[in-house]
Design a protein around this ligand. Structure first.
Ligand SMILES: [Zn+2]
Length: 376
């Protein structure tokens, strides 16, 4: 079995493929791993493969069953996902439409809590599992974010998980397996999904024009997505360009001789930004020095260097000329350490003062050494 649409989840797909080839697909799976890495898409692709009328080692994508599966309209493939109790039918349809647009659900219900209710499990799974398939041969039930089942819903699902009817597969997905009742987890075969490499996310973003990314934007979004293609797909592209400008200004504004500005800047970053924004800012600073590194290693005879801060090329080049490889490497390390420190709730004022000072000192040294042609 091949699930060629699934990128960067070789382990999960490998587990499913070997089970399928041995004729030992489980009737209940728990796909667990971070949000936005392809758990639901894999579940749909598995269901599609099982029901493909061509019966090859991969779904054909052309037969009636495949086309219905792609439109999430296959009468034997059911997707159940958490919604607020009072969600209107149109809003529900909009969520499905969103999923169909790009394969990643965006379920931001604001302050409302989304749940999978006992009614949803009863009518969506229990009743249908005991009916004959309409088209078949397989019935597939995908419970996305299954940890949002109410206790009653989970108890209702248990019996079907214990004694699933033939030719039925139930796939639960979650980013929080520990939030699921142990009784549910123990009845499922676990399949781990991992964070995606930036290059994989970049490939996903560029693979489909509907996502609307050019190569620079895809690189930036992938670098900032922390392994989640779902997060990358939803990047605010205009906001990103503005953020790049802001980081460029901060990095260029650090000067040893102007310690007061430096400390003010550190205070602003420490007090005005939330922890996640602070981490993102440090990620963007890392990417700035990655660009400096790329430029410092490129010569004019080669292809144009692949840099993210293309609009600030002059400033990058001036950094690249002044800093040697070891200095840039040390700065990258320092910024990375700062990121970890923020993650561990260290004092952000100290973290940012230290990181801005490191940058300023590196620039001053670079300026001093450049004059005498010192390059070690
Ligand atoms: Zn097919």
């Amino acid at each position: 079995m091949r699930l060629s649409r699934i990128k960067g989840q070789e382990r999960a797909v490998g587990l499913l493929a070997s089970a399928s080839e041995a004729g030992r697909l489980s009737h209940a799976y728990l796909f667990h791993g971070p949000d936005g890495v392809g758990k639901e898409t894999t579940a749909v692709e598995l269901a599609k493969y099982l029901n493909c009328e061509a019966g090859g080692d991969a779904s054909c994508g052309k037969c009636r069953a495949c086309r219905m599966a792609d439109g999430l309209s296959h009468p034997d493939i059911h997707m159940i996902f958490p919604v607020p109790r009072d969600l209107k039918a149109e809003a529900r349809a909009e969520i499905i439409a969103g999923y169909l647009r790009d394969g990643y659900r965006d379920e931001d219900f604001g302050r409302k809590t989304a749940i999978i209710s006992v009614e949803m499990v009863l009518s969506g799974v229990v009743v249908r599992a005991n009916q004959r398939p309409y088209v078949g041969p397989w019935k597939a039930f995908i419970l996305a974010d299954a940890d949002r089942m109410t206790t009653e819903a989970a108890n209702t699902l248990l019996k079907t998980l214990e004694e699933p009817p033939d030719m039925t597969v139930i796939i639960l997905t979650t980013s929080r397996p520990s939030a699921l009742p142990a009784t549910v987890v123990s009845r499922c075969q676990k399949v781990p999904f991992s964070r995606l490499a930036p290059a994989t996310i970049e490939g996903i973003l560029l693979s489909d024009p509907r996502f609307g990314f050019d190569s620079k934007g895809a690189k930036a979004a992938a670098a900032l997505a922390r392994g989640s293609a779902g997060r990358a797909v939803r990047t605010d592209k205009e906001g990103l360009a503005a953020e790049l400008d802001r980081v460029a200004a901060i990095v260029q504004g650090t000067r040893v001789r102007d310690v007061k500005t430096l400390v003010d800047e550190a205070n602003t970053l420490a007090f005005r930004l939330g922890r996640h924004e602070q981490q993102k800012l440090l990620d963007l600073m890392l990417l700035w020095f990655r660009d400096v590194l790329v430029l410092s290693q490129s010569d004019e005879s080669t292809d144009p260097p692949d840099i993210l801060y293309a609009r600030h090329r002059k400033a990058l080049e001036s950094h690249a000329r002044g800093m040697d490889f070891a200095t840039i490497g040390r700065l990258i390390e320092k910024i990375d350490e700062a990121r970890t420190a923020i993650e561990r709730y260290s004092n952000p004022t100290i973290v940012f003062t230290s990181v801005l000072l490191d940058m300023a000192v590196a620039r001053k040294r670079a300026g001093a050494t450049r004059g005498v042609g010192y390059a070690a």
